[in-house]
Design a protein around this ligand. Sequence first.
Ligand code: V07
Length: 264
Amino acid sequence: MFDKLLRKKTTAVPSTLQERLTIAKEKPMPTHVAIIMDGNGRWAKQRKLPRIAGHHEGMKTVRRTTLFANELGIRVLTLYAFSTENWKRPKREIDFLMKLPGEFLSTYLPELVENNVKVEMIGSAELLPIHTKEAIQKAMEATAHNDGMILNFAMNYGSRFEIAEAVKKLASQLSENTIHLDDLTEETVSGAMMTSHLPDPDLLIRTSGEVRLSNFMLWQLAYAELAFTDVLWPDFNEASMLGVIEDYQKRSRRFGSLEGDEIK
Ligand code: V07
């Protein structure tokens, strides 16, 4: 008797990316998405190409993902471009990686400006080569007055270092009596981090099948939904991103309605 109704509910209807996009945009979107862009080396190896070819292809995925995140209405996109651990890599690979911000920006900065994207950075700029620092500085200045999506690059970033620096900052304020012991709260700790002006990420994505946080935004990710996909970063595209967002929307809907006995 309820056959037709049931079938309607259970049969997967093929829908185009465009249709899925329209539906996703009507649902709650994560405000801040953070991504660990893993799998560039493996992508290159599969093609018998040098690792740097994977990094270069990964840079193109950064552009695509930025434009798509902007289209989705995501407000902050944080990308883990270079970790404090990455200094252990061969010098030639590091030299190549450090040229990517300059190449990325000389190619795509006009497009970022057209799309009202604001470029920001977390991490310590000090150890970066001068040409890398200058490229990022120029992009930050050129986009400083944009009020659309924030494209936040984590460069020479490590979460434990960030936390240690925040502790130092607060300890020095304590010793100078500009704050009191009772002022050490979750809010003041958040306020001492490099992300003090940003909301915490609602969603973390890691590509390439590794299921680890690798010293990335440990404090800020306390309540984030975690999404791990086997797709290698250079292969990550609009369909992959939309799939992750659809999963997030299913999960956060369950959480919002407190269907079960979920813990936030
Ligand atoms: C890097 C490409 C993406 C995959 C991960 C490793 C290689 C874009 C940037 C970048 C950084 C700052 C900026 C503009 C662009 C970048 C590094 C590596 C070090 F202001 N991609 N990309 N930086 N890869």
